[in-house]
Design a protein around this ligand. Structure first.
Ligand code: ZN
Length: 285
């Protein structure tokens, strides 16, 4: 239990530095400086796990707003979102008084920071932005040691089953237009399945020389930060230019306008997932 901070010692701003980027953290109500330092350390660690995908954080400067939530749903973070209208802003609606260990066990911030690996994407391909963030939220929580690899695989499997049961008559592109209320799980998990399929195919054919991490590293070098809004086709075509043989547009052509759900079982059962994709990172280079 925290003592109420006295006004002059409370803080509402902190910064956290990591490889090539600064997080500027606003607390919407002043909090005790030691508590601010604890939460800033957690945010830095989450951002560092995203930076580890390519060796540097995807964008040099991001603002994080820690907004006190009154929802009280039993989790430390009740909601998150990324806004790109006035610089990059990650909003996290939190219960700031919960133990910091609970924040480390929550995937929400990892999901929101993972959105920064991609540019703004056309709403008609929202399954790409939400899907890749949903994929990486599990990958990065496993690599950081917060999920056991088999637990992370199970979380993906459960997500894919929810996605398969959600609006099966709609394709991912149609689901994105139908909206979150009607087809949330189709949108989130069809895109995550396509991210998994691409990652496994890239690693398998290249003996791990290529991967989704490598593609995002190369994409970051060529194309981020980006002020434009990318169509799903333009993004996947660009990804394919960054690798030996196309992987992404073949997946787009097969699944983006097809009802049902991507065939994920073989990829999810591939040893690569546990041994490579979800393997705990022992360095942060
Ligand atoms: Zn999201």
């Amino acid at each position: 239990m925290l003592l109420a901070p006295c006004a002059e010692s409370a803080t509402s701003y902190a910064e956290a530095e990591l490889a090539g980027a600064t997080l500027r953290i606003d607390f919407t109500r002043p909090i005790d400086p030691s508590r601010a330092a604890e939460l800033s350390g957690w945010l830095r660690d989450v951002a560092a796990s995203v930076a580890d995908v390519s060796g540097r954080f995807p964008v040099p400067d991001v603002r994080v707003r820690i907004i006190e939530s009154t929802r009280g749903d039993g989790t430390p973070i009740s909601f998150g979102r990324v806004s790109r209208t006035d610089g990059l802003v990650v909003d996290l609606f939190v219960d700031p008084d919960r133990p910091v260990a609970e924040f480390y066990g929550d995937w929400e911030a990892t999901h929101e920071f993972s959105h920064l690996l991609l540019p703004r994407i056309d709403v008609r391909q929202r399954w790409i932005s939400e899907g890749f963030a949903s994929y990486y939220q599990n990958v990065l929580m496993a690599r950081a040691g917060h999920y056991e690899p088999l637990e992370a695989i199970d979380k993906l499997a459960q997500g894919f089953e929810r996605g398969r049961a959600s609006s099966p008559a709609l394709s991912p592109n149609e689901a994105a237009l139908a909206g979150l209320r009607r087809a949330r799980y189709k949108i989130y998990w069809s895109g995550a399945a396509i991210a998994l399929l691409a990652d496994v195919e890239l690693r398998q054919r290249s003996g791990d020389a290529e991967s989704l991490d490598v593609v995002l590293d190369r994409f970051q070098r060529c194309c981020l930060p980006s002020g434009r809004r990318w169509s799903g086709r333009a993004l996947f075509q660009q990804f394919d230019r960054l690798i030996e043989e196309p992987v992404f547009m073949p997946l787009y052509r097969r699944y983006a306008d097809s009802p049902g759900f991507p065939d994920f079982e073989d990829a999810l059962n591939n040893d690569i997932v546990e041994k490579k994709i979800f393997a705990v990172r022992t360095s942060t280079n």
